[in-house]
Design a protein around this ligand. Structure first.
Ligand code: HEM
Length: 390
């Protein structure tokens, strides 16, 4: 792997203002300009989503054998679906995540976060360190998702182990040994999801009925559930930790929030722009194309710099500074765009606004004593801790 290629795995945000917009690095065609990223997302006929969940480290034969043993299959369903089944599957999931249903969870979540703030404050007052990732971010998105969608009643640690393993298996550079370990974790939990999906109610039963009367199979039903259980909580967990870290580094922001000088919605939006949990996302060209003046052949993997697009100086007045409400702040592409735009955007925003509103008075007094580590990954930032004291 070249230095440029390996840099793609280190929370890649991309080159500075003079970058040309489209560059080739290894087998990826990097797209960095906001306008070009949008152009790709808006043109599914030329840039299909089929490779969205392809393993960055191609699956070895032993790893594939492990996955096959557990019956693992990920047919096109949501993010990786460029086929005609996408709109209907998307519609069913969109109903489950409808803004009214999301809004109905706000009071419950506020109560939970308030109780946690009491415990966190008591520890910090006593001089004890607190890991905000473990105390706030890690389990709350999963708990909220479980109130919207029927999920297997497993320990949080079991689900988190599976979802982190899935992000590593599909988006990290891996040794053959590590790939097989991850394939085992992911395969086992996939088999668990398949058994659960046979009888589950709510969203899963709607999907089951739809699949069976429209020529799809249980593979699609489990595929949707699999994706939701990873995308529907890992991303938000990561975002909460990233945003809290940023606000601790800029204590005038939580202070301004507590004083009502900025709105929490503007803070969350600026956070999504500058600290998105997903830094890149992939599409594949369906034909020879020219993008930003650069010819790209059919079948090429196009890597969209979502984080980089949020810092495009042609869109944002002060691209590298955290200024809630500044011009262009809301035009980030953290949730993608077009036919596959994130279905959980409202949910993620609701969770972040509740958490940040409740924690602002705590954050303004915090000092970080153990920063997160960020494992190598093409798309996900995956912070693992945020240990603070007062
Ligand atoms: C801060 C948190 C989140 C971020 C940054 C994020 C980001 C993304 C991105 C970049 C995509 C791909 C969009 C595209 O291809 O244009 C996506 C798709 C998706 N996300 Fe999220 N997401 C987040 C939270 C969630 C949550 C909480 C859920 C559900 C509970 C969710 C469900 C989905 C689904 C179902 C899709 C696929 C949509 C489709 O292909 O039709 N996401 N998300």
């Amino acid at each position: 792997m070249t230095v440029a290629e390996s840099s793609l795995f280190s929370n890649w945000i991309g080159p500075g203002p003079s970058d040309p917009g489209v560059t080739r690095v290894g087998d990826q065609w990097l797209v960095t300009r906001h306008a070009l990223v949008r152009q790709v997302l808006a043109d599914p006929a030329s840039f299909a989503p089929d490779n969205a969940l392809d393993a960055v480290t191609p699956l070895s034969v032993p790893a594939l054998r492990i996955l096959v043993r557990y019956g693992f299959r990920l047919p096109p369903t949501l993010a990786n679906n460029g086929t005609p089944s996408h709109p209907a599957l998307r519609g069913i999931v969109a109903d489950a995540l409808h803004p009214h249903r999301v809004a109905a969870q706000r009071d419950w979540l506020t109560g939970v976060v308030r109780r946690r703030v009491v415990t966190i404050t008591a520890s910090l007052r006593a001089g004890d360190p607190v890991d905000l990732d473990a105390a706030v971010s890690r389990d709350l998105p999963l708990a909220v998702l479980g109130r919207l969608v029927d999920l297997p009643s497993d320990e949080v640690a079991v689900v988190k182990r599976f979802s982190a393993a899935a992000l590593e298996l599909f988006w990290a550079p891996l040794t053959p040994q590590r790939q097989q370990e991850l394939a085992t974790v992911v395969g086992q939990y996939y088999a668990r999801l398949r058994r659960f999906a046979e009888t589950a109610s709510g969203l899963v039963s709607t999907l089951r009925e739809y699949a069976l009367s429209n020529g799809l199979s249980m593979d699609e039903v489990v595929g949707v559930l699999f994706f939701l259980l990873v995308a529907g909580q890992e991303t938000t967990s990561q975002f909460l930790t990233l945003l809290m870290r940023r606000l601790i580094a800029e204590p005038e922001l939580p202070a301004a929030l507590s004083a009502g000088r900025v709105s929490v919605e503007d803070v969350v939006e600026e956070g999504l722009r500058l600290e998105p949990p997903i830094v890149t996302w992939r599409r594949v060209t369906t034909r020879d194309v020219v993008l930003g003046g650069v010819p790209i052949p059919a079948g090429a993997s196009v890597l969209l710099g979502l984080a980089r697009a949020g810092r495009d100086e042609t869109v944002v007045a002060e691209p590298h500074r955290f200024i809630p409400g500044q011009r262009g702040s809301r035009r980030h592409l953290a949730f993608g765009a077009g036919a596959h735009r994130c279905l959980g955007a409202q949910l993620a925003r609701m969770e972040a606004t509740v958490v940040i509103s409740e924690l602002a008075p705590v954050l303004r007094r915090c000092r970080v004593i153990a920063e997160p580590t960020f494992p190598p990954n093409l798309s996900f930032r995956m912070p693992d801790r945020l240990v603070v004291t007062w």
